[in-house]
Design a protein around this ligand. Structure first.
Ligand code: NDP
Length: 497
Protein backbone atom coordinates (compact mmCIF):
# COMPACT_ATOMS: atom_id res chain seq x y z
CA UNK A 1 0.00 0.00 0.00
CA UNK A 2 1.30 3.51 -0.82
CA UNK A 3 2.34 5.50 2.22
CA UNK A 4 0.46 8.70 2.97
CA UNK A 5 2.83 11.55 2.20
CA UNK A 6 1.38 14.46 4.15
CA UNK A 7 1.90 15.41 7.77
CA UNK A 8 -1.57 16.08 9.12
CA UNK A 9 -1.94 18.95 11.48
CA UNK A 10 1.39 18.88 13.32
CA UNK A 11 -0.08 21.03 16.07
CA UNK A 12 -3.29 19.17 16.56
CA UNK A 13 -3.54 20.75 20.01
CA UNK A 14 -1.89 23.85 21.37
CA UNK A 15 1.64 24.95 20.39
CA UNK A 16 3.36 24.42 23.73
CA UNK A 17 2.60 22.86 27.08
CA UNK A 18 1.01 25.31 29.45
CA UNK A 19 -1.67 26.04 26.87
CA UNK A 20 -3.93 23.40 28.30
CA UNK A 21 -1.75 20.25 28.18
CA UNK A 22 0.61 18.86 30.79
CA UNK A 23 3.17 18.00 28.10
CA UNK A 24 3.97 18.75 24.45
CA UNK A 25 5.00 15.14 23.96
CA UNK A 26 4.31 11.96 25.88
CA UNK A 27 6.45 9.01 24.79
CA UNK A 28 5.43 5.44 25.60
CA UNK A 29 8.54 3.25 25.52
CA UNK A 30 12.15 3.99 26.46
CA UNK A 31 14.03 1.98 23.84
CA UNK A 32 16.25 3.37 21.09
CA UNK A 33 13.48 5.17 19.16
CA UNK A 34 11.62 6.57 22.17
CA UNK A 35 14.74 7.81 23.94
CA UNK A 36 16.14 9.49 20.82
CA UNK A 37 12.82 11.17 20.01
CA UNK A 38 12.45 12.41 23.62
CA UNK A 39 15.93 13.87 23.84
CA UNK A 40 15.76 15.55 20.44
CA UNK A 41 12.28 16.93 21.08
CA UNK A 42 13.36 18.30 24.46
CA UNK A 43 16.42 19.89 22.81
CA UNK A 44 14.03 21.73 20.45
CA UNK A 45 12.18 23.19 23.44
CA UNK A 46 9.37 20.66 23.92
CA UNK A 47 8.15 19.65 27.36
CA UNK A 48 8.51 15.89 27.25
CA UNK A 49 7.50 12.92 29.44
CA UNK A 50 8.53 9.31 28.87
CA UNK A 51 7.08 6.21 30.49
CA UNK A 52 8.91 2.88 30.63
CA UNK A 53 8.40 -0.31 32.63
CA UNK A 54 10.72 -1.23 35.53
CA UNK A 55 14.09 -2.71 34.54
CA UNK A 56 14.51 -6.44 33.93
CA UNK A 57 16.86 -8.18 31.48
CA UNK A 58 13.93 -10.46 30.54
CA UNK A 59 10.94 -8.50 29.28
CA UNK A 60 7.25 -9.16 29.92
CA UNK A 61 3.98 -7.24 30.04
CA UNK A 62 5.13 -5.69 33.31
CA UNK A 63 8.94 -5.57 32.99
CA UNK A 64 11.17 -3.70 30.54
CA UNK A 65 13.64 -0.92 31.33
CA UNK A 66 15.27 2.15 29.82
CA UNK A 67 17.40 1.16 26.85
CA UNK A 68 14.85 -1.28 25.46
CA UNK A 69 15.53 -4.44 23.51
CA UNK A 70 18.77 -3.30 21.87
CA UNK A 71 20.54 -2.30 25.06
CA UNK A 72 19.08 -4.74 27.59
CA UNK A 73 18.24 -7.93 25.69
CA UNK A 74 19.32 -7.50 22.08
CA UNK A 75 22.22 -6.02 20.15
CA UNK A 76 24.46 -5.07 23.10
CA UNK A 77 24.34 -8.21 25.27
CA UNK A 78 24.27 -10.37 22.12
CA UNK A 79 27.47 -8.76 20.82
CA UNK A 80 29.13 -9.27 24.22
CA UNK A 81 28.27 -12.97 24.02
CA UNK A 82 29.46 -13.13 20.38
CA UNK A 83 32.81 -11.70 21.52
CA UNK A 84 32.85 -14.26 24.34
CA UNK A 85 32.23 -17.24 22.10
CA UNK A 86 34.63 -16.11 19.35
CA UNK A 87 37.63 -16.74 21.63
CA UNK A 88 37.24 -20.48 21.11
CA UNK A 89 37.89 -20.02 17.38
CA UNK A 90 40.82 -17.73 18.17
CA UNK A 91 42.34 -20.41 20.41
CA UNK A 92 42.05 -22.91 17.53
CA UNK A 93 43.59 -20.47 15.04
CA UNK A 94 46.38 -19.46 17.42
CA UNK A 95 48.11 -22.87 17.11
CA UNK A 96 49.17 -22.23 13.52
CA UNK A 97 50.76 -18.99 14.71
CA UNK A 98 52.96 -20.81 17.18
CA UNK A 99 50.91 -20.63 20.33
CA UNK A 100 51.04 -23.81 22.35
CA UNK A 101 47.96 -24.11 24.47
CA UNK A 102 48.50 -27.26 26.49
CA UNK A 103 46.55 -26.74 29.68
CA UNK A 104 42.79 -26.99 30.00
CA UNK A 105 40.97 -23.90 28.80
CA UNK A 106 37.79 -23.42 30.79
CA UNK A 107 34.83 -21.24 30.00
CA UNK A 108 32.86 -19.67 32.83
CA UNK A 109 29.33 -18.78 31.65
CA UNK A 110 28.24 -17.38 35.03
CA UNK A 111 31.14 -14.92 34.99
CA UNK A 112 30.37 -13.74 31.46
CA UNK A 113 26.66 -13.31 32.24
CA UNK A 114 27.49 -11.37 35.42
CA UNK A 115 29.81 -9.05 33.45
CA UNK A 116 27.23 -8.68 30.69
CA UNK A 117 24.54 -7.79 33.23
CA UNK A 118 26.85 -5.26 34.90
CA UNK A 119 27.39 -3.59 31.54
CA UNK A 120 23.72 -3.40 30.58
CA UNK A 121 22.85 -2.06 34.04
CA UNK A 122 25.50 0.62 33.51
CA UNK A 123 23.94 1.51 30.15
CA UNK A 124 20.45 1.52 31.69
CA UNK A 125 21.79 4.13 34.16
CA UNK A 126 23.42 6.13 31.34
CA UNK A 127 20.08 6.29 29.52
CA UNK A 128 18.33 7.49 32.66
CA UNK A 129 20.91 10.23 33.28
CA UNK A 130 20.85 11.26 29.62
CA UNK A 131 17.07 11.72 29.65
CA UNK A 132 17.02 13.55 32.97
CA UNK A 133 19.88 15.74 31.73
CA UNK A 134 17.81 16.62 28.67
CA UNK A 135 14.96 17.71 30.95
CA UNK A 136 12.65 14.79 30.14
CA UNK A 137 10.19 13.79 32.89
CA UNK A 138 10.67 10.06 33.55
CA UNK A 139 7.81 7.89 34.72
CA UNK A 140 8.06 4.20 35.64
CA UNK A 141 5.06 2.01 34.95
CA UNK A 142 2.71 0.85 32.21
CA UNK A 143 1.59 3.59 29.80
CA UNK A 144 -1.84 3.37 28.16
CA UNK A 145 -3.56 5.77 25.79
CA UNK A 146 -6.88 7.08 27.15
CA UNK A 147 -7.77 9.38 24.27
CA UNK A 148 -5.86 11.16 21.55
CA UNK A 149 -4.46 13.69 24.03
CA UNK A 150 -4.41 11.71 27.28
CA UNK A 151 -2.11 8.97 28.60
CA UNK A 152 -2.44 7.14 31.89
CA UNK A 153 0.44 5.52 33.75
CA UNK A 154 -0.11 2.56 36.06
CA UNK A 155 2.78 2.47 38.50
CA UNK A 156 4.19 -0.71 40.08
CA UNK A 157 2.27 -0.03 43.32
CA UNK A 158 -1.02 0.06 41.36
CA UNK A 159 -1.45 3.84 41.44
CA UNK A 160 -2.79 5.31 38.20
CA UNK A 161 -1.82 8.82 37.11
CA UNK A 162 -3.29 10.63 34.12
CA UNK A 163 -1.54 13.20 31.93
CA UNK A 164 -2.66 15.34 29.02
CA UNK A 165 -0.37 15.90 26.06
CA UNK A 166 -0.33 17.57 22.67
CA UNK A 167 1.40 14.64 20.92
CA UNK A 168 1.76 10.97 21.82
CA UNK A 169 4.66 8.91 20.46
CA UNK A 170 4.33 5.12 20.66
CA UNK A 171 7.75 3.46 20.74
CA UNK A 172 6.91 0.21 22.49
CA UNK A 173 9.05 -2.04 20.25
CA UNK A 174 8.45 -5.71 19.65
CA UNK A 175 8.56 -9.02 21.47
CA UNK A 176 9.65 -12.55 20.60
CA UNK A 177 7.07 -14.90 19.07
CA UNK A 178 6.63 -18.50 20.25
CA UNK A 179 5.22 -20.99 17.77
CA UNK A 180 1.89 -22.45 18.79
CA UNK A 181 3.07 -26.02 19.41
CA UNK A 182 2.51 -28.31 22.40
CA UNK A 183 5.03 -27.52 25.12
CA UNK A 184 5.85 -24.02 23.82
CA UNK A 185 5.89 -22.70 27.41
CA UNK A 186 8.88 -24.99 28.16
CA UNK A 187 11.05 -23.18 25.63
CA UNK A 188 12.94 -19.91 25.99
CA UNK A 189 13.37 -16.94 23.66
CA UNK A 190 16.43 -14.77 23.10
CA UNK A 191 15.46 -12.70 26.18
CA UNK A 192 16.09 -15.62 28.52
CA UNK A 193 18.87 -17.00 26.28
CA UNK A 194 21.05 -14.00 27.14
CA UNK A 195 20.55 -14.44 30.87
CA UNK A 196 20.44 -18.20 31.55
CA UNK A 197 21.71 -19.06 35.01
CA UNK A 198 23.30 -22.31 33.80
CA UNK A 199 25.10 -22.83 30.49
CA UNK A 200 23.11 -25.26 28.30
CA UNK A 201 25.31 -28.08 27.05
CA UNK A 202 22.75 -29.17 24.42
CA UNK A 203 20.37 -26.76 22.70
CA UNK A 204 17.72 -26.82 19.98
CA UNK A 205 17.23 -23.46 18.26
CA UNK A 206 14.07 -23.16 16.17
CA UNK A 207 14.25 -20.70 13.25
CA UNK A 208 16.78 -19.67 10.65
CA UNK A 209 16.71 -15.87 10.92
CA UNK A 210 19.03 -13.31 12.49
CA UNK A 211 18.58 -14.44 16.09
CA UNK A 212 18.76 -18.16 15.30
CA UNK A 213 22.10 -18.07 13.48
CA UNK A 214 23.61 -15.59 15.94
CA UNK A 215 22.70 -17.71 18.99
CA UNK A 216 23.77 -20.91 17.23
CA UNK A 217 27.23 -19.37 16.89
CA UNK A 218 27.26 -18.10 20.47
CA UNK A 219 26.33 -21.37 22.19
CA UNK A 220 28.32 -23.57 19.87
CA UNK A 221 31.44 -21.41 20.21
CA UNK A 222 31.14 -21.80 23.96
CA UNK A 223 31.08 -25.57 23.64
CA UNK A 224 27.41 -26.53 23.45
CA UNK A 225 25.96 -29.07 21.04
CA UNK A 226 23.62 -26.91 18.96
CA UNK A 227 20.88 -28.17 16.67
CA UNK A 228 19.67 -25.38 14.38
CA UNK A 229 16.28 -26.33 12.99
CA UNK A 230 14.68 -24.28 10.22
CA UNK A 231 11.94 -24.80 7.69
CA UNK A 232 13.66 -23.50 4.52
CA UNK A 233 16.49 -25.06 2.53
CA UNK A 234 18.88 -22.33 3.74
CA UNK A 235 18.90 -19.94 6.71
CA UNK A 236 18.39 -16.15 6.46
CA UNK A 237 15.41 -15.85 4.14
CA UNK A 238 15.50 -12.56 2.24
CA UNK A 239 19.30 -12.35 2.09
CA UNK A 240 21.40 -13.03 -1.00
CA UNK A 241 21.12 -16.71 -1.89
CA UNK A 242 24.86 -17.25 -2.39
CA UNK A 243 25.50 -15.69 1.02
CA UNK A 244 22.84 -17.89 2.62
CA UNK A 245 24.52 -21.03 1.30
CA UNK A 246 27.89 -19.86 2.61
CA UNK A 247 26.45 -19.05 6.05
CA UNK A 248 24.96 -22.57 6.22
CA UNK A 249 28.33 -24.06 5.30
CA UNK A 250 30.18 -21.91 7.85
CA UNK A 251 27.73 -22.80 10.62
CA UNK A 252 28.39 -26.48 9.98
CA UNK A 253 32.13 -26.02 9.66
CA UNK A 254 32.16 -24.30 13.06
CA UNK A 255 30.27 -27.14 14.71
CA UNK A 256 26.57 -26.27 14.52
CA UNK A 257 24.38 -29.21 13.52
CA UNK A 258 21.94 -27.85 10.96
CA UNK A 259 18.56 -29.37 10.13
CA UNK A 260 17.13 -27.62 7.04
CA UNK A 261 13.52 -28.13 5.95
CA UNK A 262 12.62 -29.37 9.41
CA UNK A 263 10.01 -28.24 11.94
CA UNK A 264 9.77 -28.92 15.65
CA UNK A 265 6.22 -30.08 16.37
CA UNK A 266 6.30 -30.82 20.09
CA UNK A 267 8.34 -30.03 23.21
CA UNK A 268 8.07 -32.17 26.34
CA UNK A 269 9.69 -32.44 29.73
CA UNK A 270 12.12 -35.32 29.98
CA UNK A 271 14.03 -36.68 32.95
CA UNK A 272 17.26 -35.33 31.42
CA UNK A 273 15.79 -31.95 30.51
CA UNK A 274 13.61 -31.39 27.46
CA UNK A 275 12.66 -33.49 24.48
CA UNK A 276 11.88 -31.75 21.17
CA UNK A 277 10.34 -33.81 18.40
CA UNK A 278 10.53 -32.89 14.71
CA UNK A 279 8.11 -33.49 11.86
CA UNK A 280 10.69 -36.04 10.65
CA UNK A 281 10.18 -37.93 13.95
CA UNK A 282 13.66 -37.09 15.21
CA UNK A 283 13.92 -36.60 18.96
CA UNK A 284 16.33 -34.12 20.50
CA UNK A 285 17.16 -34.50 24.19
CA UNK A 286 18.46 -31.12 25.25
CA UNK A 287 18.80 -28.65 28.14
CA UNK A 288 17.08 -25.80 26.35
CA UNK A 289 14.86 -25.21 23.34
CA UNK A 290 14.89 -21.66 22.01
CA UNK A 291 12.32 -20.03 19.76
CA UNK A 292 14.00 -17.64 17.30
CA UNK A 293 10.93 -17.47 15.12
CA UNK A 294 10.45 -13.75 14.67
CA UNK A 295 9.16 -10.85 16.73
CA UNK A 296 5.81 -9.08 16.79
CA UNK A 297 5.03 -5.40 17.46
CA UNK A 298 3.95 -4.61 21.02
CA UNK A 299 0.62 -2.98 20.35
CA UNK A 300 -1.77 -4.85 22.62
CA UNK A 301 -3.18 -3.47 25.90
CA UNK A 302 -2.34 0.16 25.17
CA UNK A 303 -5.77 0.95 23.72
CA UNK A 304 -4.61 1.87 20.22
CA UNK A 305 -7.72 0.41 18.60
CA UNK A 306 -9.87 2.14 21.24
CA UNK A 307 -8.68 5.55 20.03
CA UNK A 308 -8.96 4.55 16.37
CA UNK A 309 -5.28 3.97 15.49
CA UNK A 310 -5.04 1.66 12.46
CA UNK A 311 -2.88 -1.45 12.74
CA UNK A 312 -1.69 -3.68 9.90
CA UNK A 313 -2.13 -7.45 9.65
CA UNK A 314 0.99 -8.05 11.72
CA UNK A 315 -0.37 -5.77 14.47
CA UNK A 316 2.07 -2.95 13.63
CA UNK A 317 0.98 0.69 13.76
CA UNK A 318 0.37 1.99 10.23
CA UNK A 319 2.21 5.28 9.79
CA UNK A 320 2.85 7.70 6.95
CA UNK A 321 6.28 8.69 5.69
CA UNK A 322 6.66 11.03 8.72
CA UNK A 323 5.80 8.31 11.29
CA UNK A 324 2.33 9.77 11.91
CA UNK A 325 -0.62 7.40 12.45
CA UNK A 326 -4.10 8.01 11.08
CA UNK A 327 -4.88 9.80 14.39
CA UNK A 328 -2.96 13.07 13.85
CA UNK A 329 -1.71 13.50 17.45
CA UNK A 330 -0.44 9.88 17.66
CA UNK A 331 2.91 8.98 16.11
CA UNK A 332 5.02 5.83 16.19
CA UNK A 333 8.67 4.91 15.59
CA UNK A 334 10.80 1.78 15.73
CA UNK A 335 9.83 -1.91 15.70
CA UNK A 336 6.22 -1.13 16.64
CA UNK A 337 5.81 0.15 13.06
CA UNK A 338 7.54 -2.92 11.54
CA UNK A 339 9.39 -0.99 8.81
CA UNK A 340 13.07 -1.96 9.11
CA UNK A 341 13.44 -3.40 12.60
CA UNK A 342 16.92 -2.24 13.46
CA UNK A 343 18.13 0.10 16.21
CA UNK A 344 19.82 2.67 13.94
CA UNK A 345 16.60 2.88 11.91
CA UNK A 346 14.56 3.54 15.07
CA UNK A 347 17.09 6.26 15.98
CA UNK A 348 16.69 7.84 12.56
CA UNK A 349 12.89 7.68 12.80
CA UNK A 350 13.00 9.24 16.28
CA UNK A 351 15.22 12.08 15.04
CA UNK A 352 13.01 12.74 12.01
CA UNK A 353 9.90 12.76 14.22
CA UNK A 354 11.40 15.40 16.53
CA UNK A 355 12.51 17.57 13.59
CA UNK A 356 9.11 17.29 11.95
CA UNK A 357 7.02 18.05 15.02
CA UNK A 358 9.14 20.35 17.18
CA UNK A 359 11.61 21.96 14.77
CA UNK A 360 8.80 22.40 12.24
CA UNK A 361 11.03 20.88 9.54
CA UNK A 362 9.03 18.00 8.01
CA UNK A 363 11.67 15.26 7.67
CA UNK A 364 11.07 11.77 6.30
CA UNK A 365 13.28 8.93 7.49
CA UNK A 366 15.13 7.48 4.49
CA UNK A 367 14.87 3.71 4.52
CA UNK A 368 17.01 3.17 1.42
CA UNK A 369 20.54 1.80 1.56
CA UNK A 370 20.35 0.88 5.24
CA UNK A 371 23.32 -1.38 5.93
CA UNK A 372 22.78 -4.36 8.20
CA UNK A 373 24.74 -7.19 9.70
CA UNK A 374 24.08 -10.65 11.02
CA UNK A 375 26.57 -11.53 13.73
CA UNK A 376 26.89 -15.16 12.84
CA UNK A 377 30.51 -16.33 12.83
CA UNK A 378 32.01 -15.12 10.58
CA UNK A 379 29.46 -12.33 10.09
CA UNK A 380 27.36 -11.45 7.07
CA UNK A 381 26.78 -7.82 6.20
CA UNK A 382 25.17 -6.07 3.27
CA UNK A 383 23.88 -2.74 2.02
CA UNK A 384 21.55 -1.88 -0.82
CA UNK A 385 19.81 -4.39 -3.02
CA UNK A 386 20.39 -8.07 -3.45
CA UNK A 387 20.78 -9.32 -7.00
CA UNK A 388 17.24 -10.72 -6.79
CA UNK A 389 15.77 -7.40 -5.53
CA UNK A 390 17.65 -5.30 -8.09
CA UNK A 391 16.44 -7.36 -11.04
CA UNK A 392 12.86 -7.53 -9.71
CA UNK A 393 12.50 -3.70 -9.70
CA UNK A 394 10.03 -2.09 -12.06
CA UNK A 395 11.80 -1.13 -15.33
CA UNK A 396 14.91 -2.88 -14.01
CA UNK A 397 18.06 -2.33 -16.01
CA UNK A 398 20.45 -5.22 -16.59
CA UNK A 399 22.96 -5.81 -13.83
CA UNK A 400 26.65 -6.56 -13.71
CA UNK A 401 27.54 -8.81 -10.80
CA UNK A 402 31.07 -9.06 -9.44
CA UNK A 403 31.96 -11.71 -6.88
CA UNK A 404 35.10 -12.72 -5.11
CA UNK A 405 35.70 -15.84 -3.03
CA UNK A 406 39.08 -16.08 -1.36
CA UNK A 407 41.03 -17.54 1.48
CA UNK A 408 41.59 -14.80 4.07
CA UNK A 409 45.29 -14.28 4.80
CA UNK A 410 44.91 -15.30 8.45
CA UNK A 411 43.54 -18.70 7.41
CA UNK A 412 46.63 -19.47 5.30
CA UNK A 413 48.58 -19.88 8.54
CA UNK A 414 45.83 -20.93 10.95
CA UNK A 415 44.69 -23.64 8.54
CA UNK A 416 41.01 -22.75 8.99
CA UNK A 417 39.06 -23.95 5.96
CA UNK A 418 36.73 -21.02 5.51
CA UNK A 419 36.48 -18.70 2.54
CA UNK A 420 35.47 -15.04 2.55
CA UNK A 421 32.82 -14.03 0.02
CA UNK A 422 32.13 -10.59 -1.47
CA UNK A 423 29.70 -9.30 -4.04
CA UNK A 424 28.97 -6.04 -5.83
CA UNK A 425 25.72 -5.56 -7.77
CA UNK A 426 26.05 -2.85 -10.42
CA UNK A 427 23.29 -1.25 -12.50
CA UNK A 428 24.61 -1.56 -16.03
CA UNK A 429 23.51 1.68 -17.69
CA UNK A 430 24.32 4.06 -14.80
CA UNK A 431 27.34 2.04 -13.55
CA UNK A 432 26.00 2.68 -10.02
CA UNK A 433 26.78 0.13 -7.33
CA UNK A 434 23.31 -0.74 -6.00
CA UNK A 435 24.30 -3.54 -3.65
CA UNK A 436 27.35 -4.70 -1.69
CA UNK A 437 27.67 -7.80 0.43
CA UNK A 438 30.27 -9.68 2.40
CA UNK A 439 30.47 -12.85 4.46
CA UNK A 440 33.74 -12.97 6.35
CA UNK A 441 35.68 -11.56 9.29
CA UNK A 442 34.96 -7.86 9.95
CA UNK A 443 32.23 -7.73 7.29
CA UNK A 444 30.06 -5.25 9.28
CA UNK A 445 33.02 -2.90 9.82
CA UNK A 446 33.80 -2.95 6.10
CA UNK A 447 30.22 -2.68 4.81
CA UNK A 448 29.52 0.33 7.05
CA UNK A 449 32.13 2.26 5.04
CA UNK A 450 30.72 1.09 1.73
CA UNK A 451 27.24 2.21 2.86
CA UNK A 452 28.45 5.82 2.61
CA UNK A 453 29.61 5.17 -0.96
CA UNK A 454 26.23 3.72 -1.91
CA UNK A 455 24.40 6.59 -0.20
CA UNK A 456 26.49 8.96 -2.36
CA UNK A 457 25.57 6.99 -5.50
CA UNK A 458 29.11 5.76 -6.17
CA UNK A 459 29.78 4.06 -9.50
CA UNK A 460 31.78 0.93 -10.15
CA UNK A 461 34.33 3.12 -11.94
CA UNK A 462 34.78 5.11 -8.71
CA UNK A 463 35.21 1.90 -6.71
CA UNK A 464 37.87 0.86 -9.27
CA UNK A 465 39.60 4.23 -9.02
CA UNK A 466 39.93 3.88 -5.23
CA UNK A 467 43.32 2.70 -4.02
CA UNK A 468 43.13 -0.22 -1.60
CA UNK A 469 44.72 -0.69 1.79
CA UNK A 470 47.10 -3.61 1.65
CA UNK A 471 46.98 -6.29 2.98
CA UNK A 472 43.31 -6.27 3.93
CA UNK A 473 40.20 -8.15 2.89
CA UNK A 474 38.46 -4.82 2.29
CA UNK A 475 40.78 -3.95 -0.62
CA UNK A 476 39.09 -6.70 -2.61
CA UNK A 477 36.05 -4.41 -2.96
CA UNK A 478 38.12 -1.96 -5.03
CA UNK A 479 39.90 -4.57 -7.10
CA UNK A 480 36.98 -6.63 -8.41
CA UNK A 481 37.77 -6.23 -12.11
CA UNK A 482 36.41 -9.39 -13.70
CA UNK A 483 32.70 -9.66 -14.27
CA UNK A 484 31.12 -12.77 -12.75
CA UNK A 485 27.81 -12.52 -14.61
CA UNK A 486 25.37 -10.29 -16.38
CA UNK A 487 21.75 -10.50 -15.17
CA UNK A 488 19.11 -9.32 -17.66
CA UNK A 489 15.62 -8.06 -16.88
CA UNK A 490 13.39 -11.10 -16.56
CA UNK A 491 16.19 -13.07 -14.91
CA UNK A 492 18.28 -14.37 -17.86
CA UNK A 493 21.89 -14.80 -16.78
CA UNK A 494 25.08 -14.76 -18.88
CA UNK A 495 28.46 -15.70 -17.43
CA UNK A 496 30.96 -12.86 -17.40
CA UNK A 497 34.21 -14.48 -18.39
P1 NDP B 1 13.64 -13.30 11.56
O1 NDP B 1 12.46 -12.76 10.88
O2 NDP B 1 14.99 -12.86 11.14
O3 NDP B 1 13.61 -14.88 11.47
C1 NDP B 1 12.48 -15.61 11.87
C2 NDP B 1 12.72 -17.07 11.59
O4 NDP B 1 11.63 -17.81 12.13
C3 NDP B 1 12.81 -17.39 10.11
O5 NDP B 1 13.79 -18.37 9.89
C4 NDP B 1 11.41 -17.93 9.82
O6 NDP B 1 11.38 -18.85 8.78
C5 NDP B 1 11.13 -18.66 11.11
N1 NDP B 1 9.71 -18.87 11.30
C6 NDP B 1 8.73 -17.94 11.39
N2 NDP B 1 7.53 -18.53 11.55
C7 NDP B 1 7.76 -19.85 11.55
C8 NDP B 1 6.93 -20.99 11.67
N3 NDP B 1 5.62 -20.88 11.82
N4 NDP B 1 7.50 -22.21 11.62
C9 NDP B 1 8.83 -22.34 11.46
N5 NDP B 1 9.68 -21.31 11.37
C10 NDP B 1 9.15 -20.07 11.40
O7 NDP B 1 13.37 -13.03 13.10
P2 NDP B 1 14.31 -13.09 14.38
O8 NDP B 1 13.44 -13.52 15.49
O9 NDP B 1 15.55 -13.83 14.12
O10 NDP B 1 14.69 -11.56 14.57
C11 NDP B 1 13.66 -10.58 14.62
C12 NDP B 1 14.14 -9.29 14.02
O11 NDP B 1 15.01 -8.63 14.93
C13 NDP B 1 14.96 -9.44 12.73
O12 NDP B 1 14.17 -9.56 11.61
C14 NDP B 1 15.76 -8.17 12.74
O13 NDP B 1 14.97 -7.14 12.22
C15 NDP B 1 15.99 -7.92 14.22
N6 NDP B 1 17.33 -8.41 14.63
C16 NDP B 1 18.43 -7.82 14.12
C17 NDP B 1 19.68 -8.25 14.46
C18 NDP B 1 20.88 -7.59 13.87
O14 NDP B 1 20.75 -6.48 13.38
N7 NDP B 1 22.03 -8.23 13.87
C19 NDP B 1 19.89 -9.35 15.39
C20 NDP B 1 18.65 -9.93 15.86
C21 NDP B 1 17.44 -9.47 15.49
P3 NDP B 1 11.29 -18.40 7.23
O15 NDP B 1 12.60 -17.82 6.89
O16 NDP B 1 10.99 -19.66 6.56
O17 NDP B 1 10.18 -17.39 7.17
Amino acid sequence: MAQRETVTNINSGSEVAGHGFDFDLFVIGGGSGGVRASRMSASYGAKVALVELPYDPVSSETRGGLGGTCVLRGCVPKKILVYGSAFSHEFQDAKGFGWEINGEIKFNWEKLIANKTKEIERLNGVYKRMLLGAGVTLLEGFGRIVDEHTVEVKESDGQVKTFTTNHILVATGSMAVRLNIPGKELAITSDEGLSLKKFPSKVVIIGGGYIAVEFAGIYSGMGAEVHLIYRKEYPLTGFDIEARKIVARNLEARGVIIHPETNIVKIEEHYLGLKATSDKKEEFHVDQVMFATGRKPKTSNINLEGVGVELDKAGAIKVNAYSQSNVPSIWAVGDVTNRINLTPVALMEGTCFAKTVFLKEPTKPDHTNVAHAVFCQPPLSSVGLTEEEASARENADSLRVYTSTFNPMKNTVSGRQEKTFMKLVVENSSDKVVGALMVGPDAPEIIQGLAIALKCGATKAQFDATVGIHPTAAEEFVTMRSLTRHVYPGGAVEDGQ
